[in-house]
Design a protein around this ligand. Structure first.
Ligand code: REL
Ligand code: ZN
Length: 443
């Protein structure tokens, strides 16, 4: 086996991070069997909500939100292309992402000529199943975890009567935001549809049922931006006073339904903290209306401490929360940190977070997830992240020589591709064993 020196470890590490096959622990991708719910192709890429939000900053005044969202996908995509890629230099991360993606598909000439028609023609020629496989292969993603929402009717119908085999490139996650929101009314609607009792037992049965259908990797929820655990006493004590109140709050649903079912089925709970939903309702039709708020990391710590047998996975949206969260992760055995989410998924922040996390957690975290909504985004999200994570790791590893000594490139693989099972067990913190085994590669 090749022996690395402090001089050669940098290039070897960059190469390793570039080439390693990753596991993408959270996306919004869906399989071809979900028909039009599966997003792919240039018009979906151009109408990604990051780009639509950006477009409205420069759109002519007469293009109102109503007018834009009343247009067809093709017309919307024409407008975004014209506004962000033709009339301006596409330099934001979301714009650069489209360029990287098209380049990786061999469409450099069409990009240089700003030939949207030519790009559309290329996509129209692809056969979907082969294209899916091709994208995963090019992106070097072994598999990605989807977001499967049982109470969204158009999605749920694709899982009746039980899970169809989907491509082995996609695994499932049971998304349950309404439980963490304490949205008892919407839970009751879902229970009614399934013929289940509108009680806590019914809610548990509902979770069990959908876990049985999906066979998910974890349950996932994003919490309201002002989420507190436990719920402040004031909020809880108000309930009996509210006349028509007949339901359960977020903490009760978490403690009495979500946690018990996750314990029973050995499922981790993945949390996403800090999205301020619907901050800008004008952009909601494209999913772009959400803002960011600083979350209460102490609530997360309290939750993990209360339920030590459950594995919690966490990512936060606010840069302001990242340092505090990293400390909590270092001290909490049943908590695992993953990814740079959405507004943190920008090169400058990925770099900063990867350095800080590596310095504080070693390899006991998952460096990135893509959050892709459109299939081909796997190409740019992973290409861009691999480059930055690689460079950040080189800096961490080739700093003072005494730090360089016990580390070797395979630690990068551990950060990006350790089998998810290894990270999901309640008390496992990552792939430390692989690091130790790899130490022999370094002088
Ligand atoms: O899973 C989530 O809650 C978020 O990632 C999404 O709400 C968001 O729209 C996503 O596209 C961000 O990257
Ligand atoms: Zn997401």
């Amino acid at each position: 086996q090749e022996v690395l020196t402090p001089e050669t470890v940098g290039p070897a590490l960059l190469e390793d991070v570039r080439d390693v096959e990753v596991i993408d622990v959270h996306t919004h991708l869906l399989p071809p069997s979900h028909g039009k719910l599966m997003l792919w192709g240039i018009d979906e890429l151009l109408t990604y909500h990051y780009l639509v939000s950006e477009y409205f900053m420069v759109a002519p005044a007469e293009i109102t939100h109503e007018l834009f969202f009343a247009k067809t996908k093709l017309e919307q995509s024409d407008l975004v292309w014209q506004g962000l890629f033709v009339e301006r230099s596409p330099i934001s991360e979301a714009c650069q992402g489209v360029i990287t993606t098209l380049q990786r598909l061999g469409l450099e000439r069409q990009v240089a000529d700003r030939d949207l028609r030519g790009i559309r023609a290329w996509f129209a020629q692809q056969s979907l199943d082969e294209h899916v496989e091709n994208i995963f292969r090019l992106a070097k993603v072994r598999y990605a975890v989807m977001t499967n929402i049982p109470y969204v009717e158009e999605e749920a119908q694709h899982w009746q009567p039980e899970a169809k085999p989907v491509t082995s490139r996609l695994r499932k996650a049971l998304r349950i935001d309404n439980f963490l929101k304490g949205d008892w009314a919407s839970i009751c609607e879902a229970l009614k549809k399934e013929g289940l009792d509108e009680t806590m037992d019914g809610a548990k049965e509902y979770l069990r049922k959908w876990a049985g259908i999906y066979k998910p990797e974890y349950m996932m929820a994003s919490t309201p931006h002002d989420w507190r655990y436990p719920e402040p006493a004031a909020a809880a004590s108000m309930k009996p006073l509210v006349k028509a109140y007949a339901g359960f709050g977020a903490s009760e649903l978490l403690e009495e339904a979500v946690v018990p079912v996750c314990e029973e089925l050995s499922l981790p709970i993945a949390l996403k903290l800090g999205a301020w939903r619907g901050m800008s309702p004008d952009l909601d039709p494209c999913c772009g209306g959400d803002g960011v708020a600083s979350a209460d990391v102490a609530s997360l710590q309290a939750l993990c401490a209360k339920f030590p047998k459950v594995k919690f996975l966490v990512t936060v949206l606010s840069r302001a929360n990242q340092h505090e969260l990293t400390v909590v992760c270092q001290k909490t055995r049943n908590l695992h940190l993953y990814g740079c989410w959405w507004y943190c998924n920008n090169p400058s922040i990925i770099e900063e977070l990867t350095k800080m996390r590596t310095e504080m957690l070693g390899t006991a975290y998952t460096a990135q997830h893509s959050d892709c909504r459109v299939l081909e985004q796997l190409l740019y999200k992973w290409d861009h992240s691999r480059q930055i994570i690689g460079e950040a790791l080189v800096i961490c590893l080739t700093g003072p020589p005494w730090i360089c000594f016990p580390l070797s490139p395979p630690c990068a693989c551990a950060l990006l591709s350790a089998p998810s099972e290894e990270r999901l067990a309640p008390h496992s913190r990552g792939a430390q064993t692989r690091l130790a085994a790899a130490a022999g590669r370094l002088l």
